[in-house]
Design a protein around this ligand. Structure first.
Ligand code: MG
Ligand code: ZN
Length: 374
């Protein structure tokens, strides 16, 4: 069980007076004294995106996970729902979906970190980097794919992956892990971007997690493009990369913003492959567990889990139309594309309360800043 330090303070106070939220004055070298509500303001943010993960995908974790083990989704006290409609279409793509989170504005399908006019807008982590935060991105797709790219790149189209690789080299990201070597090594401009990454202070690992030098910025490019699918043999990359990033950030006193994407829930949906979806959701749930364990242990970390959209019109259907088919679940799909269904949001930790309710996907961005008291 997580022992909350303020709980003890409260119970002592209860003897003398009513329990009030504790506050403390912290002295920041640059900013001077700041009064912060230590019980309510997070120091760090871990933002996990299950690409293509609607409520049926979440539900799958409850029917296909380890027996007798509750999915980590059950550990969240606060739930919300978001409308993911984009600025151009009723049904969003992953570019506009992630960009809504990263810049707080609805943009057109395919947009990466730009508004409806194609103008670059600072992302949540870039704004926090300006305040001295560290930031990281992790995905099971190529690291230049639409979702992670929307946090560090500003390009008109998600297909500009060579340009997105250039953006990553010039970004302030401190830790990244995913696939996508081809966008850095087999480029039309013949440049070797692994050298560029090294030049900009990264220690780059191309074989396995744990191989990079943690005294530098850390980058892992572990596949030519997307990583293997879980059902085709991917190891525990996602939970392990999340754990390594948290270990990396814990080395310094700086706050951090970490985005972790379960990229391939979406790919299983596009393939209408129930086993693919289920294995990816279970893997994503493990990564959520790593984030929540960290947050429970440290008490200062806001964890938010959501998705950019649902993929496949996935449902946990019974076998047939009558009650005789209710004993078993046979996952079905209604489309090979995305859907407009509302998407769940799960929040834990200081500031989690802001994430309850039904709202637009763009509000995730503003809620991060509200949670931070900004
Ligand atoms: Mg994605
Ligand atoms: Zn998709």
């Amino acid at each position: 069980m997580f022992f909350h330090p303020f709980a003890a303070t409260c119970s002592l106070f209860l003897i003398l007076s009513s329990c009030v939220e504790s506050t403390e004055i912290s002295i920041d070298k640059e900013e001077g004294a700041q009064i912060t509500s230590s019980a309510e303001t997070p120091t760090n943010i871990i933002f996990l995106i299950g690409d293509g993960m609607g409520t049926s995908q979440v539900s799958a974790a409850y029917f296909y996970g380890e027996e007798d083990a509750q999915p980590n989704f059950s550990r969240f006290p606060i739930l919300g729902l978001i409308n993911t409609t984009s600025g151009s279409d009723r049904i969003t793509d992953s570019g506009a979906g992630a960009t809504a989170f990263s810049i707080g504005q609805k943009s057109y399908n395919g947009a990466i970190g730009v508004d409806m006019q194609g103008e670059a807008v600072q992302t949540v982590n870039e704004l926090l980097e300006d305040q001295g935060w560290q930031s990281g991105v992790i995905s099971t797709s190529g690291i230049t794919h639409a979702t992670p790219a929307s946090f560090y790149a500003h390009v008109a189209k998600r297909s500009q992956q060579y340009d997105i690789a250039t953006s990553l080299v010039h970004s302030n990201i401190s830790f990244f892990a995913g696939g996508g070597q081809k966008w850095f090594m087999n480029r039309p401009d013949s440049l070797n971007y692994l050298d560029s990454l090294t030049h900009y202070g990264f220690s780059v690992g191309t074989e396995s997690l744990g191989s990079a030098d943690h005294s530098k910025r850390v980058g892992y490019l572990l596949a030519n493009d997307g990583l293997l699918a879980k059902h085709e043999g991917r190891d525990d990359f996602l939970p392990n990369a999340t754990a390594e990033a948290l270990e990396y950030f814990a080395q310094s006193d700086k706050p951090f913003f970490l985005m972790v994407e379960g990229s391939q829930i979406d790919w299983g949906g596009h393939e209408n492959n129930g086993d693919y979806v289920i294995q990816e959701v279970l893997d994503f749930d493990k990564a959520i567990g790593v984030a929540l364990d960290y947050a429970e242990k440290h008490g200062n970390t806001l964890v938010v889990v959501t998705a950019d959209h649902e993929t496949g019109g996935f449902s946990l259907s019974g076998d047939g139309k009558s009650m005789s088919g209710y004993g078993e679940i046979s996952p079905t799909f209604s489309t090979g594309g995305h859907t407009a269904t509302l998407i769940p949001v799960f929040a834990y930790g200081p500031g989690a309360n802001y994430f309850g309710g039904v709202y637009e996907n763009t509000a995730i961005f503003s809620k991060f800043f509200e949670a931070l008291g900004q």
